[in-house]
Design a protein around this ligand. Structure first.
Ligand code: AMP
Length: 221
């Protein structure tokens, strides 16, 4: 198997984080999630975190320059040398261009782009039901994947919380942002002949199977 470098694109709540985490464990490659990295910056009250929070709370994109330099730094870390899965980056054409340039610089020429395609209304329902463990980050869904004990993590017993940007009005704004800023990437990568589409409305396991079989096809041989 060749080194796996995967870019996951999809609207909020399409299951990028869930799928990226499964893939990352299966192939032992880091999941690089710019949303998680930014939330960590906010939690640590860094300069970047305080700048990013203003946008994140409104469901808007953090400015390209901030996210691009954060991601470029992350790609230089040692673990990214064995492959990676990018979850939530790129999200604009400017970010895709920057990534292209970075890949050329790092002499990376084989990577795959997967679009997780979903129905908007069902996602809005699913996202408003999303809860995250405040300690280990495990993701639950109060409708489809509830914890055994109400609002408590099965793995570590810490409390669950709802992300500020998972409130319904914010979700709608994030979709609007996705359709105007990120959806153009579908054409961007499809023109380059690099786009693979995965229908992601179903069960986590079935969607994962489709992703794995695409990975095996693209990176085998
Ligand atoms: P996520 O966890 O991927 O849904 O990201 C949560 C929020 O972080 C987004 O709504 C944006 O405000 C911000 N964010 C994450 N990734 C990016 C990115 N690549 N570009 C700009 N903003 C981002």
């Amino acid at each position: 198997m060749n080194m796996i470098r995967l870019l996951l694109i999809g609207p909020p709540g399409a299951g990028k984080g869930t799928q990226a985490s499964i893939i990352s464990k299966k192939y032992n490659i880091p999941q690089i999630a710019t949303g998680d990295m930014l939330r960590q910056e906010v939690k640590n009250a860094t300069d970047l975190g305080s700048k990013a929070k203003v946008y994140m709370d409104k469901g808007e994109l953090v400015p390209d320059s901030l996210v691009i330099s954060m991601l470029e730094k992350r790609l230089k870390e040692k673990d990214a040398g064995k492959g990676f899965i990018l979850d939530g980056f790129p999200r604009t054409v400017a970010q895709a261009d920057a990534l292209d340039k970075k890949f050329k610089e790092l002499k990376i020429n084989n990577f795959a782009v997967m679009e997780l395609k979903v129905n908007e209304e069902s996602i809005i329902r699913r996202l408003s039901a999303r809860r995250v463990c405040s300690s280990c980050g495990k993701i639950y869904n109060m409708i489809t994947e509830p914890p055994k004990k109400d609002e408590v993590c099965d793995e570590c017993s810490a409390g669950l919380y709802q992300r500020d940007d998972d409130k319904e009005s914010t979700i709608r704004e994030r979709f609007r942002v996705y359709n105007s800023k990120t959806a153009p990437l579908i054409e961007y990568y499809s023109k380059k002949g690099m786009l693979k589409t995965v229908h992601a409305d179903g069960e986590i396991e079935a969607i994962n199977k489709s992703i794995v079989s695409l990975i095996e096809k693209v990176f085998n041989g």
